[in-house]
Design a protein. Structure first.
Length: 139
């Protein structure tokens, strides 16, 4: 079963996304804790990270570079209700972008695309076992 870690400061959005994605057969962990993201990644070992662009004091875009330096192969999907982040150079490190919505069609399609891309070379990928580097994740 594939694992998705979803970081968002809105409880209702976390609940909706978790319910919908679990119905799709994914194992989903949600949190509003951007500062503790490193620990959540280490503990849960997600295959994909869904990250709210504006989450608390430290937004998802602010931690994106650190995440990718440590988890190079883990796809990161930035989620936002705003499109202004697309012009932020810090957002360039994300693999995918989706607009937040109660209709999760775009998100589900993007997740499927991300998993399909990961599985193109099955010999290099085992779910939950992304290459980790010793660079600490500071937020």
């Amino acid at each position: 079963m594939y694992k998705i870690l979803f970081v968002d400061d809105d409880y209702a959005i976390r609940f909706l996304y978790q319910s919908e994605l679990e119905d799709e057969g994914y194992s989903v962990m949600t949190t509003n804790d951007v500062r503790g993201l490193s620990g959540h990644i280490k503990q849960f070992k997600p295959d994909i990270l869904l990250l709210d662009v504006r989450c608390g004091e430290t937004g998802g875009v602010d931690v994106l570079k650190e995440i990718k330096s440590r988890q190079r192969n883990m796809p990161v999907i930035l989620c936002s209700a705003y499109d202004s982040f697309l012009h932020d150079n810090k957002a360039m490190g994300a693999d995918y972008y989706v607009s937040k919505s109660i209709d999760l069609t775009e998100l589900k399609s993007t997740i499927k695309t991300a998993f399909d891309k990961l599985l193109e070379d099955e010999s290099r990928y085992t779910p939950g076992h992304h290459e980790q580097h010793s660079v600490p994740l500071y937020v």
